[in-house]
Design a protein around this ligand. Structure first.
Ligand code: ADE
Length: 227
C-alpha cells in the first residue's frame, strides 16, 4: 500500500480525477480514498491544514491502512529567491520552525529526543530526480520549514529563511516526516510553489493554489508508476 497525502482538497482532487475509480472510507472525521493505479494499491487523503491534522492522517494511513511508503503532494511558499511560483521542490530535510523551547537553552526547532532536521528517504529522492530528468522538469530540492502559520510577512519570512537556511515553508511536511521516521516508513515530500511567503502572499496563494497543486500531483502520479 502506498499513501498519497495532501493537506487541502485542491491538492488531492487532481489525483482522484485522474484515477476516477475509488472507494471512500470514512474514519477519524476524515475520508480515505482507496484506489488502484498500475497495479499499485493506493490510499489517498487530505489531512486538513496544519501539523496536528497531518500527523494524525499520516499515522492512520500507516497504522490502519498499512501504507509502506508515503508521498506528500502540495504547495508551499518560497523562501529561497531562486524558487518561483510553479517551481517544484522536494524536501531533503525538514524542520518545525515554530517549535520553540529556546527559553531552556535549546536551539529553535529542537526538543530533547528529536533532531532539529529530519531527512527524507534517499531512494525516493533519487527516483524523483531520475523522473524529473527524463521529463525535462527542473526539480529542485532543499530544506522545508514547517509551522502552524501561513507566512505572509517579510520579517517572518526572513527569520525562518535565515534561522534554518530553509528554501520553502508550509504547514505539514515536518510533522509527516516525524511520523514516518518514527514508524520506519520511507517518505517523500513534494511541493510546488504557490507564493513567495512575503507581504501579499495570501493573494498569490489563492491565485496559484490549484495550478501549482496540479503540477505536484501530476509528478506524484508519475512517481507511483515507477515504484
Ligand atoms: N503553503 C503555501 N504557501 C504558504 C505560506 N506562505 N506559508 C505557509 N504555508 C504555505
Amino acid at each position: 500500500m502506498i499513501a498519497i497525502l495532501g493537506a487541502m482538497p485542491e491538492e488531492i482532487t487532481p489525483l482522484l480525477d485522474a484515477l476516477k475509480d475509488y472507494e471512500e472510507i470514512r474514519y477519524a472525521n476524515n475520508v480515505f480514498y482507496l484506489a488502484k493505479f498500475k497495479d499499485k494499491e493506493l490510499v489517498i487523503a487530505y489531512s486538513k491544514i496544519g501539523k496536528v491534522n497531518a500527523a494524525l492522517t499520516a499515522t492512520i494511513m500507516i497504522e490502519k491502512f498499512k501504507a509502506q511508503k508515503l508521498l506528500f503532494t502540495g504547495v508551499a511558499g518560497a523562501l529561497n529567491e531562486n524558487l518561483k511560483i510553479k517551481d517544484m521542490l522536494y524536501a531533503e530535510s525538514l524542520v518545525q520552525h515554530d517549535l520553540d523551547i529556546t527559553a531552556f537553552g535549546h536551539p529553535h526547532g529542537f526538543v530533547p529526543g528529536t533532531s532539529i532536521f529530519m531527512k527524507s528517504d534517499g531512494n525516493l529522492n533519487v527516483l524523483a530526480t531520475k523522473i524529473a530528468k527524463q521529463k525535462g522538469i527542473n526539480l529542485k530540492s532543499g530544506i522545508i520549514a514547517t509551522g502552524d502559520q501561513f507566512i505572509c510577512e517579510q520579517s517572518k519570512k526572513d527569520w525562518i529563511k535565515n534561522t534554518f537556511k530553509a528554501d520553502a515553508t508550509e504547514m505539514e511536511g515536518a510533522s509527516v516526516a516525524l511520523v514516518c521516521e518514527s514508524l520506519n516508513v520511507p517518505f517523500f515530500i513534494l511541493r510546488a510553489i504557490s507564493d513567495e511567503a512575503g507581504g501579499g502572499a495570501e493573494f498569490d496563494f489563492d491565485e496559484f493554489l490549484q495550478s501549482s497543486a496540479n503540477i505536484s500531483a501530476d509528478f506524484i502520479l508519475s512517481m507511483i508508476e515507477e515504484l
